[in-house]
Design a protein around this ligand. Sequence first.
Ligand code: CTP
Length: 422
Amino acid sequence: MTGVNQSQSVIPTVTQRVLLIIGGGIAAYKSLDLIRRLRERGATVRVVLTRAAQEFVTPLAAGALSNERVFTDLFDLDDEREIGHIRLARDTDLIIVAPATADLLAKMATGQANDLATAVLLATDKPVLAAPAMNPRMWSHPATRRNVRQLEADGIHFIGPNVGEMAERGEAGVGRMAEALEIAQAAAHVLGGPQSAPAGPLSGRHVVITSGPTHEPIDPVRYIANRSSGKQGHAIAAAAAAAGARVTLVSGPVTLADPPGVAVIKVETAAEMLAAVQTALPADIAIFAAAVADWRVTTSANQKIKKTKGSDVPTLTLAENPDILMSVAKRGPRRPALVIGFAAETEAVVPHAQKKRKEKSADWIVANDVSPASDTFGGDWNTVHLVTAEGVTSWPPQSKDDVARRLVEQAGAWLAAHQTEI
Ligand code: CTP
C-alpha cells in the first residue's frame, strides 16, 4: 500500500481557478476529497462529471463541496448559452483530470471530443494534470503506455498512479490513483512552477531512479526494513530534473519531500518497486539507489501475530526478493542505455562493487561504505568510488547533493558521447 508521507502536509497554496474533470472510476470518491483540499488552499473549483463518473458520485455532492454548479453534459443548451464549453475550457488556470481512466486517456491522446469533458480538454489552452486510475493490467497494456507517452509529449502533466491494492479483490500493482493531498501538491507545482523542465544537458532524456528502503510485511503491523533514508536517491532525482531530464522516482517509504519537478511513484515492497520500475521504462538512464530488502517473509500474516504464553516464538520463513537492477540491466533491446547501480558495503568496498557490477550487468556501480563508522545511512555525506568497465575513480568525501550532481553530470556526458536515443 502507498501513503502520503508526512512531509507532504506542508503544501503550497493553490489560489487560482481549477477545473476538475471527474472520470468514471471507483477512485472518483477521492476526487470529492480533492475538491475540499483544493478549496482549503484557496482555489476556486469548478467540476465537470463525465456520464460514467455519475455512476460513482453525484452532481449534488460535487456541487455541495465545490459551492459551484456542476457541469455534466455537452448538449445541455442552458449550460451552453450561459457558459459554453469553450469558456469553461479557458476560464481556468488549470484542468485536473481525476480519476483519468484508461478510456479518458485514450480519448485525450487521440483528440476525441464527443462529450463535455473531452471537448473541454481539446479546447483548452491551459495546463492539464492527469491522475490516472485503473487496473494494473490496463495501466501496463501497450495501448495505455502508448497513450501516456503521447500525452506526455503533448505536455500533459501526470501524478501517479501509485502502487497498491485495487478495488477488485486480490488485485494489486501500479494503477491506484494518487491521494488527494498528492494531487493538490502536484497542482500547486504545475501552477507555480515552470511548465516544462529547465533546459540542460539531460533535456529530452528520461531517467528512472529507485530510492529509499523497502518494507517487507511480516504481519499488518510489523515489517523487515533497513536504515536507508533515501537521501542519496532523492538528491539524484533532484539533480537529474535540474539538468533538464524527465525523471521518474520510484521511492520506498521515506520521510523526505518529493523533489520538485519529479514524478514520484511511492511503493513499499521490493515486488511493488519492480512493478513500478517496469511500467516506468523505457528510459535513457536507470539509477538504482534503493536499498532493496534482500528477503521478504514468504507469507505475511493477515492478522497481527499474537504472543501466546508458553508457546514457541514464531519462525519466519524468508524468500529472496527479485533483483530489480539485474532484471533491468539484463533486459534485451529496451534496456536503458546507461544502467547505474549502487553497492552498499561494510568491508572490501571496491572488490565487492566490481563483482556486483559484473554479476548484475550494470554499466557503473557507485560503491559506498555503509559501515557504522561511515555514517552514510541517514547522514548527509558520502564517500564513493565509481566503478566502471574502465576502472575505479575514488571521489573525495562530499555531500550527497554533490555526489548526485557529479553523477548526473557524468551520466549526461556519457550519453552525449554515445549519442543514444530510446
Ligand atoms: N538491488 C536491486 N534489487 C535487489 C537488491 C539490490 O535492485 N533486490 C540493487 C540496489 O539498488 C543496488 C545494487 O542492487 O543498486 C546493489 O545492492 P546491495 O544492497 O549493495 O547489494 P545486494 O545485491 O543486495 O547484495 P548483498 O546484500 O549481498 O551485498
